[in-house]
Design a protein around this ligand. Sequence first.
Ligand code: IPM
Ligand code: MG
Length: 358
Amino acid sequence: MKIAVLPGDGIGPEIVAQAVKVLDVLRAEGAKIETETAPIGGAGYDAAGDPLPDATLKLAREADAVLLGAVGGPQYDALDRPLRPERGLLRIRKELNLFANLRPALLYPELASASSLKPDVVSGLDLMIVRELTGDVYFGQPRGIEVRSNPAGGSERVGFNTMLYAESEVRRVAHVAFGIAMKRGKKLCSVDKANVLECSELWKEVMIEVSKDYPEVELSHMYVDNAAMQLIRAPKQFDTMVTGNIFGDILSDAASMLSGSIGMLPSASLDENNKGMFEPIHGSAPDIAGKDMANPLATILSVAMMYRYTFADLSTADRIENAVKTVISQGLRTSDIWTDGTQKVSCSEMGDAVVKVL
Ligand code: IPM
Ligand code: MG
């Protein structure tokens, strides 16, 4: 199994290094894993003038799975849009056809007090958001900023994007979401804005159509504004959610906070054959980069998702997840999840602790 390791920017290299330690343990035990590292995002721009250098894309295409840290940083903000780190991330998702983005929000009981919500609202939370990742207003054409005449007889600049979904795009992510719901609580909530947007109207129709193939799954529909409210009000009503790219981007950040820290949550982005890219859902946190204080657990848990979804090795996935649970129950905390009475550790100490448990 070949894994392309793309650390990226900011805290990316530090957190990815901890996840690589976990892979090293598995390799030492005899797992046939090969890793190769390449730059992406700002690091790609620095190395090759491109946030997704050709060599990086080639490596990612040839690999069985991709492990990614994070991209972005203030030093790249002034670059032309196509050269910005985020473009590298969006392009690799599109180039590898990673249309199904799985973002779990799981609350570790010991971290209930780190959530900004009352413990009884979030305790036992176990939610999966399936976000469509290669369509929607993120990629729809036309898009741009141009000068247009205005009704007052003058002209001014307008910015525009196109929210667009083809039925086939909705259908394939629907199948992934129903499949996941089948393995979980058999409840799927499709989030849209069908009271306003045609794009959502079609989304909803296709969801209903696909639901006929999964009679055991209870499908419900919710408008995105209500879904945002319900996630904060009573998040445990949800089991599996499915939504488009932009709504999923926003809702998954909200959901992440329910679990105490965005530093705990992994993600998987899968293509039709379950080849995937695995990354923490948090960003590059430039403010703490290089200080060895970031939380590596989301990245380590991303390796667990790699084992679960791409390598279909559930026992190794469980084992990594259990090791993370153990270090949490041992009271070890990076500063983002630290509370009184627990032991503050650095990023690398947290990685070492997971390795020790493994
Ligand atoms: C995410 C991020 C990205 C997105 C950015 C960095 C382009 O917010 O993965 O959620 O909007 O998809
Ligand atoms: Mg986001």
